[in-house]
Write a protein that binds this ligand. Structure first.
Ligand code: SAM
Length: 485
């Protein structure tokens, strides 16, 4: 199916000009995907330049400069303004208040990307003693380790605020205050799935050399070796040496690079073990719930926050938000249901639950997971999310909906049908707050969506130490007089 176009998008088909420095190849133009990291960085740069421009790019590629960092981008990189505040320099692993050495490696008309070299004067927010990973600033992930955890949560709230500024065209009063970001019980060793990889040069691995197994180096196309990962679970770290050794033992068999799956799961005695076979059926347990799914399939990767996260979503479905006329919904629809995480953990209190999911494998697991968790009122169907509307028989005024799409958000076919059906309450969960903000803007600014009101928006920190944030947004169809009040 063709990707639907969102009229609300502020930067569709934006092109970026690359400057490789004088005398180099002619500038290439590249289409920037909406909501991508590059797109968000362009919006961040535009925001901090505040209308200022420069006639000429003030630096050359590979130049080393000193720069004072003033802002933090939504992807967690520091931004400093130079050339009379008319040009931005983006330096990873830095914080506002840091003065650093940086080496420029990619220049555009408005900003340069730089490698972080060293700190000249540290920000008062920087506490390097907090850094636990020995690959910090080499690995591309976990760039907030030098920032105290409560400040990481504040920064994630700022990312949500900016996402609504960039992507939603809401009138004052249409958006509520963004709530505090909910913390993860585990700040390290929480991640239940990692996927290190290796490359194989043409012609295979040379005699006497080993595979380099690990993660991609920040700003480079090469992989570096890892012996541990500070955010991965203890069990994954304990298993890593033997799993990597087994891969090295058959290195001559690899004709091309590959990714290794390490997923921390529960065995039949509910002890942790690591699964590497994508197709193996694995078990995840939290609170009173048990889920089974293929090890390579999507499942939320931070087990420690799942009880808090799923019970929050459940409570949002029934929250009156102080409205005395609010009537609790009786029916639940879970669009993009995966292997049933929300339809199962949130089923209590509903007469019936229906889930839809594009992957037939996931639907098969959602059905068995519902049964295994004693859920008798759930049914599931395979198909694109909009297919659910032809199947729903429950009255819209008594139906609540959970939406949890992939990073690209919902397409307009789905949003249009949601607007036509018009459920009483929607909880929209997203790992990309930018596409979430765009979608909610589409709904609230649509003729059929004018009676919806946003009740609550807040982040959940499923990814401590990294810039990522999961956003949960609740909106409700109000009686006319309430919506317009
Ligand atoms: C972010 S995951 C959420 C899954 C589930 N809610 C969970 O938390 O485990 C998004 C899910 O949407 C499914 N999906 C992607 N595009 C879809 C579409 N057009 N219609 C229905 N499901 C889709 C994916 O297969 C994936 O399972």
């Amino acid at each position: 199916m063709a990707t639907a176009v969102h009229p609300a998008s502020p930067l569709q088909n934006q092109k970026v000009k690359r400057f490789r420095g004088p005398g180099k190849k002619k500038n290439k133009k590249k289409k920037v995907e909406e909501g991508s990291a590059e797109h968000i960085l362009q919006l961040d740069v535009k925001r901090v330049l505040n209308g200022k421009t420069c006639d000429q790019v003030p630096y050359e590629r590979f130049q080393e400069i000193e720069v004072s960092i003033q802002y933090l981008s939504s992807s967690g990189d520091g931004i400093g303004l130079v050339n009379d505040d008319s040009y931005a320099v983006v330096v990873p692993f830095t914080l506002p208040g840091d003065k650093v050495h940086a080496k420029l490696h990619f220049l555009t008309e408005t900003y340069a990307l730089a490698d972080f070299l060293d700190v000249i004067e540290p920000s008062k927010e920087r506490d390097n003693s907090l850094i636990r990973c020995k690959y910090f600033a080499k690995c591309g992930g976990c760039q907030y380790q030098m920032l105290e955890y409560s400040k990481q949560l504040e920064q994630k709230r700022n990312v949500i605020i900016k996402a609504f500024e960039y992507f939603s065209h809401l009138q004052p009063g249409q958006l509520c205050e963004i709530g505090p970001t909910e913390s993860s019980p585990m700040e390290y060793n929480y991640r239940t799935k990692i996927t290190p990889h290796f490359d194989v040069p043409r012609g295979g691995i040379p005699e006497g050399t080993d595979l380099v197994i690990g993660f991609q180096e920040k700003g480079r196309r090469r992989v570096f070796d890892i012996e541990e990962c500070s955010i991965a679970t203890k069990c994954i770290n304990e298993s890593m040496p033997s799993i990597f050794a087994a891969t090295q033992a058959k290195k001559s068999e690899y004709k091309r690079g590959a990714t290794i799956l390490l997923r921390d799961v529960f065995d039949e005695n509910n002890e942790h073990k690591v699964e590497t076979d994508h197709k193996a059926v694995v078990k995840e347990v939290f609170g009173k719930f048990t889920f089974k799914f293929p090890a390579g399939a999507f499942f939320q990767n931070n087990n420690s926050i799942l009880p808090k996260f799923t019970s929050f979503v459940h409570s949002q479905l029934f929250n009156s938000f102080g409205d005395e006329k609010f009537e609790a919904p009786k029916y639940l629809v879970d669009a993009y249901c995966g292997s049933g995480l929300f339809s199962i953990t949130c089923s209590e209190g509903f007469q019936s639950v229906i889930g839809v999911e594009i992957s037939s494998d996931s639907v098969a697991y959602a059905k068995t997971n519902a049964e295994a968790n004693g859920i008798k009122n759930a049914e599931y169907l395979v198909g694109e999310a909009e297919k659910i509307f032809a199947k729903i028989e429950t009255p819209a005024a008594e139906t609540a909906m959970i939406i949890d799409p992939p990073r690209k958000g919902c397409d307009t076919a789905f949003l249009d049908q949601l607007l036509t059906y018009s459920p009483a309450r929607v909880v929209y969960i997203s790992c990309n707050v930018h596409t979430q903000a765009r979608d909610i803007s589409y709904i609230l600014n649509h003729e059929l969506g004018k009676d919806y009101k946003i009740n609550d928006v807040r982040g959940f920190d499923l990814f401590p130490q990294s810039h990522h944030v999961e956003s949960v947004l609740t909106f409700t169809k109000c009686k006319n007089e309430q919506a317009s009040a």
